[in-house]
Every structure is written in C-alpha cells, then in structure tokens.
Design a protein around this ligand. Sequence first.
Ligand SMILES: *Cc1c(COP(=O)(O)O)cnc(C)c1O
Length: 390
Amino acid sequence: MFRIGKEEAEAAARVMESKMLFRINDGLKEVEHFEEEWAETIGTKYSICVSGGTAALIAALVGLEIGPGDEVIVPGYTFMATATAVLAAGAIPVIAEIDDSLTLDPADVEKKINKNTKAIIPVHICGFPANMDKIMELARKYNLKVVEDACQADGGSYNGKRLGSIGDAGAFSFNHFKIISAGEGGAFVTDSRRVYERALVYHDGGSQFRPYANGLEIQPFMGAQYRISEILGAILRVQLQRLDGILTDLRKVKKTIMQALSDVKNLTFIRSNDIVGDCGTVLAFAFADEKTARTFAASQGVNGSLPIDSGKHVFTNWGPVMNKLGGHNNDVNPYLMEKNKELNMNYAKDMCPKTLDTLSRTVFISLDPDWNEEKINQVISSCREAAGRI
Ligand SMILES: *Cc1c(COP(=O)(O)O)cnc(C)c1O
C-alpha cells in the first residue's frame, strides 16, 4: 500500500452507518460496485472480490476445472501461494525456471510440458510483466489454461492490455504489501461465464441460498468462504481511484532514475518484457556475480536487497511444497493421491539452477511514488558512487 487517507476512513464510516456490513444487501453494495469497477479497469467481463490473492488463485483454478491428475507450471521465483494454490485445488505444482526478466522462462516451461500439464501460472512478480506473448503461444500450442498471478501487479499492463486480462483468468491481491490495499483482499477476473460461475460458487460456500442462485447455469457445489466485507469493499473503491495515479508516479520515479543511470557502464538493468506496462515498484539491476551484487546493495545510500535473500519468494524455501505436505491430512494431500501418482513431483533444491543464480546476482531497490526530487537525486548519486566502487 502506498497511499491512504481520510477518503478511505469516510468510506468505511459510511458502511458502518448503513449497518449493512455483509456484501449481499440492499444498501450501498460496495463490494458489488467494486467488482464492476475492477472488471472495467482490467478489461474483463467478470470480476469477483475475494479475501486475498491466494483465494483468487484457488478460485481461478477451481473455475478452470483444474484438480487431481493435473500438473500446473509455476515459476521458482514467486510467493509460495502461487504453488500452494495449485495444491489447494488438488493438482501438483511443477516448478520452472525464470529468465533474465525475473519472470517465468517460456523455454523452460516448454521443456516441462507433458501429457499431464493442464495450466501455466505466469507471475508478474514485483510488477514486472511476464512474457505473455510466448506463454499464450505455448498455451495455444499445447491446449493449456493460463492463470495470471498479478498479485504484485495491480493495474500493470503488457502490450497495452492490463495484466490479468490476457490469460483465461487473473488473480490480484490487495493485502497490505500490494500496490493498492484494504489490509487484506483480492480479486479474480475472467471473460468466461462458466469459469466465473464456478469461481462464484466456490468463493461463496452458501451460494445455493443466495438471490443470484436462480440465474446460475451451473449446479452449485461445495465451496470455501472467501467473501469480503462491505468495509473492505468501500476502502478498495477509494484505493482503486488512486491506482492510476500511483502507477503514473511510480513509473515516473523509475524512469527518471533509469535515465539518469543509463550512461553508467558498471550498471545493467534487468531486462523488461514491457517497460511501459511495468508497475515501477522495483528498480532491478543485474550484476556479473553475487559478490558484486552484494557490494553494490550494501553501499552507502543505495538501500538495495538481493531477491535471493527474500526467503519466501524462492522455491527452495517453500516447505509445504518441498516436503510434499500438501494437505492437513494424508487423504487430502495431493502428493499422496492416487490420481497424482504418475505426476512430476520430483523437487530438489538444485532443480532450477538458473533461477538461483539469477536471483543471487540481482539487486532490488524498492521505489515509492511519493519520493521527491531530492530523494530521487540521492538514490541516483548513491547508485553512481556505488557503481564506481565495484
Ligand atoms: C501476495 C501474493 C499472493 C497472495 O496474496 P494474499 O493476498 O496474501 O493471499 C500470491 N502471489 C503473489 C505473487 C503474491 O505476491
């Protein structure tokens, strides 16, 4: 979350005054309005507001009828929830390499596709757009579904299309650490009526009893409870109004710094699949080796970090996946299910060497849309000085 103010407080207060905090009501219908506004912003037919990005990913996979017997390819660099959402659907996550854009490597994805592969989850990590042209090409070639994990890329775009609208479904997060936020929250989007209805039923376990049940073309089945309250819905509507301003300012900060450093010969920026659509939350440099990256990151005023140190975003640290503890009970653990017996679940710490090597030679600097000229100039001069010393 970058910006929040009295408008959010007032929106939340209006909901409390209405005394209707449940999303299904005859009052303000904040969540319902947010869903319409989010679908319109992203450019999809349908959107469902859910309790988080993980819930959105699970709803997307359930919506796309992915389950036991299916392999789903995810990158080795993402938040663990990308992989555990696959397990929650009963399927098996297959971990693939990232390329020099820090997003899913289409060449490695193609190597990992086999007869059991059902879907690919490209992740727009740190707001860096994944190579969607190549991924969609693979999906068409092998008849696979694509779920975009845009949890760190609310509002970003690729070739002029908003991230999340290119694949069969998209997932967004509005937890505290994302571009816009209500503390918690998420959204699912799709253009498919059937996928939408399945996700709708799944996110609202009591769907059978809802006013909308009569209009469903599918038969309601058991679901989870991923609904969100009106208070969060009201906050998200205000946050959405701030989204494009936040992105414009983040991109301006990033562009200013990149232009100012473009002539520094020791500095190379991470390759972008679409620098215009990039969210601008993170400035990323590629170095020849880890030692140089560490020296640069630790230099006075740079305030850099290495993604290899981020822990939860590196596949080697995903305990439940690496240890194959995919459920609370053996009988619901996808790794032990009969239907998954033949699937690829051979995980090892060294299975994606390119990912580990790339992440240990990369330096991130987190950006802020509200940095002033003085702060931006300080970052630029600190990076210049640090580059001179490596
Ligand atoms: C934050 C995040 C999620 C999960 O979002 P929650 O709202 O915390 O459930 C999933 N994938 C990625 C890449 C994320 O960064």
